[in-house]
Structures are given as C-alpha cells and as structure tokens.
Write a protein that binds this ligand. Sequence first.
Ligand code: ADP
Ligand code: ZN
Length: 285
Amino acid sequence: MVYGAIEAGGTKFVCAVGDEKGHIIESIQLPTKTPDETMPSVIDFFKRYELKALGIGSFGPVDVNKESLTYGNITSTPKPGWRDFPFARTMEQALKIPIGFNTDVNAAALGELTHGAAKGLGSCLYITVGTGIGGGAVVRNNMLQGLSHPEMGHILVRRLPSDSYIGKCPYHGDCLEGLAAGPAIEERWGKKGADLAGQPEVWELEAYYLAQALMQYILILSPEKIILGGGVMKQSQVFPLIREKLNELNNGYIALPELADFIVPPGLGDQAGITGALMLALAAE
Ligand code: ADP
Ligand code: ZN
C-alpha cells in the first residue's frame, strides 16, 4: 500500500509517494506559482497511483481546527492566490481519499520524531530558520494545537543593546523572525546569509537571538529534543554558538541533556517535512 505526501513551501512544492515505513518511492518538485497553475500538476502526479491516504504539510498560516468550516485552508498568507485556498478540500475532491493536514513545521517535527533525530523519544520541537521562522511541536505523536497551530517564530526577544536594526516582520517589526530569519540577516548585513559565512559577528548575533528563543520554548514546552532546520541553519557554526549561549541563559536552572545531543540539525536532512507529511497520511487513513 502506498501513501501520498505534499510538503508545500512558499517557493516550492515537494510531492512524494511512499510507504508506511517512511520510504519515498517517487518524488517531484514544482515551483509554487498560483493554485491554478500549481495544483493541476500536483493532482496529476498523485493520480498515477492508487493511494490509501494523503498527508499535507503546508506553509501557513493554515486552519488546522477539524471543527472549523475552513479546516484545511491556507488562511492569511500574503502569497498571491493562496489566501483562503481550500487546500485539503481540493485534494480530497480530486483524489477521494482521506487527507491529513497540518503545518509544514508540525509535519517536520512528526517526521523527525518517527524516523529522524528524535526517534524513540516522546516529544520534540522542529524549528526552521529560513525565509521565515516557524516551529512545530509533537508530543507522543500529537501535534500541538489549540486555538490554532503554534507560531513560535513571532515571539519577542530581548534586543542586543548595540543592535539598531529595525526588524523585518510586517506585523511586529523586531520579533524573532523580524530579527533573525534569512531576509533579516540579508537586510541587516547587506549580503545573503550564504555569503556571510566568514563573518563571525553575524553568527554570534544570530545565536544570541536564537538561544533566547530556544530558552523560552524549553521553559514553556519542555521538549526532549530541539531540531533546527532551514536554510540559515546550513551555517553549522551557529550550532555551538547557540548551545553556548543557551547554557549561559539557563544558568544551571533546568537539568538539560548534553547540549550537543539536545540541539541538533534534522536527522532526515531536507526530507524531514516530506517524511512527516507521509506520516500525516498514515495517521489520516
Ligand atoms: P524557505 O524558508 O523558503 O522554505 P529556506 O529554508 O532555504 O527556504 O530559507 C531561505 C532563506 O535562508 C533565505 O533567506 C536564504 O538567504 C537563507 N539561506 C539559504 N541557504 C543559506 C546558507 N547556506 N547560509 C545562510 N543562509 C542561507
Ligand atoms: Zn512577527
């Protein structure tokens, strides 16, 4: 039996077919244009298979409340054409199979908990630091959900007094995402993150903000592992800096595991999201 999975990002869609063990049999990537342009190719890809269920991990914000009339929709995105797009319903009507639906980062957290860096544990967080900052949380195979899904990228952090950068979040200015996501790095330093690898002050500041965020997530959610993915985290020199600053912030208060095992890159690499979407399909069946 095979299952379908979609990792829907702001720049690209990954569509995959795989089995219950998380093995990917075939996958394709498509650019995220408008729904009218992108969705027919997505549907054609899956129609070639006899799927048991489909899992979708989507960029957000999305409506994940099963009781809601707009469940399965992308909601307030500024991305042209995608606002209020009924994502889950479109796929359900096209394929006539059960659909699992959640955020891209909740899916990635689920993927990492079942098959990745947090395998065997009861809970983990998956944080992406890319075009935006987002976080997903899984506790015993349940994705954290309440009024909506968590929005961990928009928490407030204490500013470094010498940092005068105004911040890039359209809603909050200098929230975490506004200070530390890829576009903020680029605007503050005048170059793309990938071209700033040799400038230690960039990554010291990045770690200063990310460590504060992790400290707050740890205090509130007490995860057993924190996985940091996304384009910015390809700068692997940031990991030890974050661990060092987190250690200072914690100041011995919470008994944390060895930080090198606790704050880690994705065990599934770039496949965390799509593997998690496959697990969402299994859960929807
Ligand atoms: P998205 O968030 O759109 O899914 P990514 O996770 O790749 O995609 O994030 C893109 C952001 O990450 C961009 O702002 C980009 O400049 C930054 N980025 C990508 N690769 C690197 C890298 N190697 N080092 C630092 N920043 C990077
Ligand atoms: Zn914000």
